[in-house]
Design a protein around this ligand. Structure first.
Ligand SMILES: [Zn+2]
Length: 460
């Protein structure tokens, strides 16, 4: 009897344990089943966002098993406006919610709005309510465009030349400010004199037939203002030269320079070598100069007391800026290469002193292909001077140059036939006419007077 009872009781506990296991497995299967997944939906929303309210913006909502519904509302602390209440008839994994400013709007003007987005998925978890995700973002409402007001510019700009523009730009959330030109180049303005004012040197590249420029100001919310800068445009044509490429030139200087790039030039014909040096290599060397000289520091400009550059005392101009040079070989009609001369050539005696008229910082002092030993000095406000074909460089990169200091000696390194100085002036990476920056009257009228007049207008 006792034995039998014992048998029945152990059978009962066996069944009980079996049930427990079954329940455990069942629960495990339910938890592990996709229908009961516990992953919350994802809402991609920045913590804060500048919003101009003119353009809707997108919030991405997603869930691995499927979204059931999305709710969104905007609140200014007192009023709450629902802007979305979406129920998906068929669950979807990804939805782009477009946030639009409510048509009815808020009764009081609200600079800050709180956006709340709530998403539920189709999971049966959480007593069949699904997984719930709530995300909020602070929307900084700014629908005001930046204010841009052109104060004064140089009266004119010459093709190949430089000019200054001074303007006011203000916005409570200003993000980007630049001068956009018709040929793609963007010039970076410097802060000028007093808060909210800016000055910029601009340049009209000699190869461009047209020139126009406008100030572009963009704020954090994407509000954009464009304001045209008006200059009297002065056309200017540049000379064209036809030069004979003699064998002595090709076998001498050109071959020597071609040896800088043996892997690219060893199989070229003599005229092929000339074309490589005069075009491909020149573009590469010009690129080095443009890259270094496009930078502008962010120092405030109060004055730009620049003196006319006078790099060689008693130097004679032997090559002009903008000269379009064609090279012919054996026959005058057999043009084999062309290039533009983007500086002036000055010659006096051999190994003459090269003076840096205005103070600055050496930003490059190295060999640079056709420019030979090449010195580049930064004078602030995006203005640089370039000295090529030097025999000796007396300064190193990073050195400070005092006004009228001798920083190099003339020579014939690079693509130069005789001892001379190649002198270029750069404005934010653009080769400009050195003649302007060597002319005290031009500097006075076009730069210094404009700055002084701008300051008077601001102080008034
Ligand atoms: Zn030159």
């Amino acid at each position: 009897m006792t034995h039998n009872h014992k048998k029945a009781s152990s059978l009962g506990s066996f069944i009980f344990i079996l049930l427990l296991i079954a329940l455990g497995i069942g629960t495990y299967l339910i938890i592990k089943s996709p229908a009961f997944e516990t992953n919350k939906p994802k809402i991609t929303l920045p913590i804060s966002y500048f919003w101009n309210t003119h353009h809707p913006f997108n919030v991405s909502v997603s869930d691995d098993t499927g979204l059931k519904n999305i709710i969104a509302y905007l609140s200014n602390g007192h009023e709450k406006i629902q802007i979305a209440d979406i129920v998906f008839k068929k669950p979807i994994k990804k939805y782009t919610l477009q946030i639009k400013y409510p048509k009815i709007g808020f009764e009081e003007n609200s600079d800050n709005l709180k956006l709340t987005v709530i998403a539920n998925d189709i999971s049966k978890w959480n007593f069949f309510k699904g997984n719930n995700k709530i995300k909020t973002s602070l929307l900084k409402v700014d629908s005001q465009k930046p204010d841009v007001f052109s104060l004064i510019t140089s009266y004119g700009i010459t093709r190949g030349g430089s000019a200054i523009a001074i303007f006011k730009a203000s916005d409570k959330n200003l993000k980007e400010l630049y001068v956009q030109t018709s040929f793609g180049k963007r010039f970076k303005p410097s802060p000028f004199y007093k808060k909210g004012y800016y000055a910029v040197l601009v340049a009209w590249p000699m190869k461009e037939k047209r020139f126009s420029a406008k100030v572009v100001a963009i704020d954090e919310a994407g509000n954009k203002t464009r304001s045209r800068l008006s200059f009297f445009l002065k056309a200017r044509s540049y000379r064209t030269s036809h030069l004979q490429a003699k064998d002595s030139f090709i076998n001498g200087k050109i071959s020597d320079l071609a040896d800088d790039r043996p892997e690219l030039t060893k199989d070229l014909s003599p005229t092929g070598k000339l074309r490589f040096i005069n075009e491909t290599y020149r573009t590469e060397n010009d690129g080095v100069i443009k890259e270094i000289t496009q930078k502008v520091d962010s120092n405030r400009i109060d004055d730009f007391d620049i003196k006319p550059f006078y790099p060689l005392h008693n130097g004679k101009v032997v090559g002009s800026f903008g000269d379009h040079r064609y090279y012919w070989y054996k026959d005058k009609n057999n043009t084999i290469s062309e290039s533009y001369h983007l500086g002036i050539d000055l010659a006096s005696i051999k190994r003459d002193n090269i003076y840096i008229t205005n103070p600055g910082v050496v930003v490059f002092a190295d060999y640079n292909g056709i420019y030979g030993n090449n010195l580049i000095v930064y004078h602030g406000f995006g203005l640089y001077t370039v000295y090529g074909h030097c025999s000796t460089l007396l300064k190193r990169r990073g050195d400070v140059v005092r006004a009228h200091e001798v920083a190099a000696k003339t020579g014939a390194t690079g693509l130069a036939l005789g001892d001379h100085l190649h002198f270029s002036v750069m404005v934010q990476g653009i080769f400009v006419r050195p003649a302007e920056w060597m002319d005290s009257k031009w500097i006075q009228t076009n730069i210094i007077d404009v700055i002084e007049n701008a300051k008077k207008m601001i102080d008034k």
